[in-house]
Design a protein around this ligand. Structure first.
Ligand SMILES: [Zn+2]
Ligand SMILES: [Zn+2]
Length: 169
């Protein structure tokens, strides 16, 4: 859950505002159109259950609409972070029907660049140290100084026990 919250941080504040405004406008427009149609169409008597059914359907559509806009905003920030063509990908995600552009993006996106655990700066693929604060972006074996991965118990290059040599942060 916390990773999801961290991921959603790349959706800009301006876009969150746009999502709320767009969702409210769509709800208001739909309500306006429906009530307008009911006023015009006096001959057709709309019963109360029909209107009550309409409200949850409208709210559900609004939730889907807001979620879709959130994904579009996420793709903008995520593609930018991964040094992909973020404008192009956002347009593809926005205009491709049935969310095909969104699926395509998540299939084709390049691997995420390493993020500095010390200062939060975003590095680039192949960077070993943070360009902002100099902290190591990938853990190193304390004996042979070759890159190792988190969760490894031993260094595959020199065989030293990593859990004993360097306590995981
Ligand atoms: Zn850093
Ligand atoms: Zn080693």
């Amino acid at each position: 859950m916390s990773t999801l919250r961290n991921e959603l941080k790349i959706v800009t504040k301006g876009w969150w505002v746009a999502i709320v405004v767009a969702t409210v406008v769509v709800i208001a427009l739909t309500l306006g159109l429906v009530s307008g149609a009911m006023v015009l169409d006096r001959s057709h008597n709309v019963s109360a259950p029909e209107i009550i059914l309409l409200v949850p359907m409208l709210l559900l559509s609004a939730v889907f609409f807001a979620a879709w806009l959130t994904v579009i905003g996420y793709i903008w920030g995520d593609a930018k972070r991964r040094k992909m063509r973020h404008v192009l990908w956002t347009l593809v995600a926005f205009f491709c029907p049935y969310g095909l552009g969104i699926v395509l993006y998540f299939v084709l996106r390049t691997p995420a660049p390493p993020t500095c655990t010390d200062c939060g700066a975003i590095g680039r693929a192949g960077f070993s140290f943070c360009a902002q604060c100099g902290a190591p972006l990938t853990p190193f074996c304390p004996k042979c100084n070759r890159p190792v991965e988190r969760g490894w118990n031993a260094c595959p290059h020199c065989g030293i026990r990593l859990a004993e040599a360097s306590p995981t942060p």
